[in-house]
Write a protein that binds this ligand. Sequence first.
Ligand code: UDP
Ligand code: MG
Length: 323
Amino acid sequence: MTENKILLSVVIPAYNEAEGLETFNGELIKYVKEAVGGSYEIIYCNDGSSDNTAEIVSKWHKSDPRIRLVSLTRNFGKEYSLLSGISVAKGDALLMIDGDGQHPVELIPEFVKIWQKGAKVVVGVRKDNGNESTFKNLGSKSFYFIFNKLTSQHLVPSSTDYRLIDKSVQRAFLDMPETGRITRGMIDWLGFSTEHIYFDAKPRKYGSVGYSNRKLLGLAANSFVSLTPRPLYIFGYLGILITAASLVLGVAVLIEQIILNDPLHWRFTGTAMLGILILCLVGIVLMSQGILSLYVSNINNQSKGRPLFVVDYEKSAGIEHKY
Ligand code: UDP
Ligand code: MG
């Protein structure tokens, strides 16, 4: 292995984590060394912290160049601070981990081992440990349920951003220029071979959760918009259903009441008929909304500028090219 070859890059989004950073960093380095020896870099992404997160990391960087700092001008949110680190990481593998100590650093050697065995993505999945509030638990359960029902993409419930990705995955990920990013969903979308590691999330020791419930709801809504256009289509389907039902009803009334002179004694009033007519019109409006949605989702997909396919490897003239 050459001097400047980096095996593992660790990327840590950090927003006001100063209080616990020293302990976290010490523990982190211990396990990173156990996993890859000295061949690593640690990138802290300061997401516009108002405490001295950036100062602490700069101090470390002076004495240890393997610790790097990317400092954003203001708070952009976790997805973007993570992205800033992913875009500068130079390692053959990249591990993202929260800076609040909730992700167990002890598992780092295992992440690396599974990657060395050939998995391109190794995902940390949180075991349900009742540490989170009922609101958060219920919220995340229903999110995964609805998401997996609505989309063709399957998200493993409680899969986190604590994950290791191969350099090839990093490259493909950086080829997705879209805004409204959901890191985990986008990595899953890329489709590389994936393994899972289950872990118990620890409670936060220091600082406070940067993700308020409002931010989480925003994230969930964004996941739908970013990863699937199907919610848009639902209204179209509803329209087809309503129009079909009202047409059947309308024809039945027409034959029974007006042509055959009400042999079944349905006694449909004028208001009821008007109701059926309105129902039919509502259906037509919804259907046209569905058609509009098809166009909107086309524009949406196009504007995301995602690659149309992602190459894992290529074989030509007897040689395998890794990406
Ligand atoms: N974080 C960030 N920017 C933000 C909010 C959070 O970089 O605007 C970082 C934070 O420092 C932590 C990670 O993202 O390392 C996860 O955040 P948090 O612990 O607040 O959320 P959780 O997912 O644990 O609820
Ligand atoms: Mg946390």
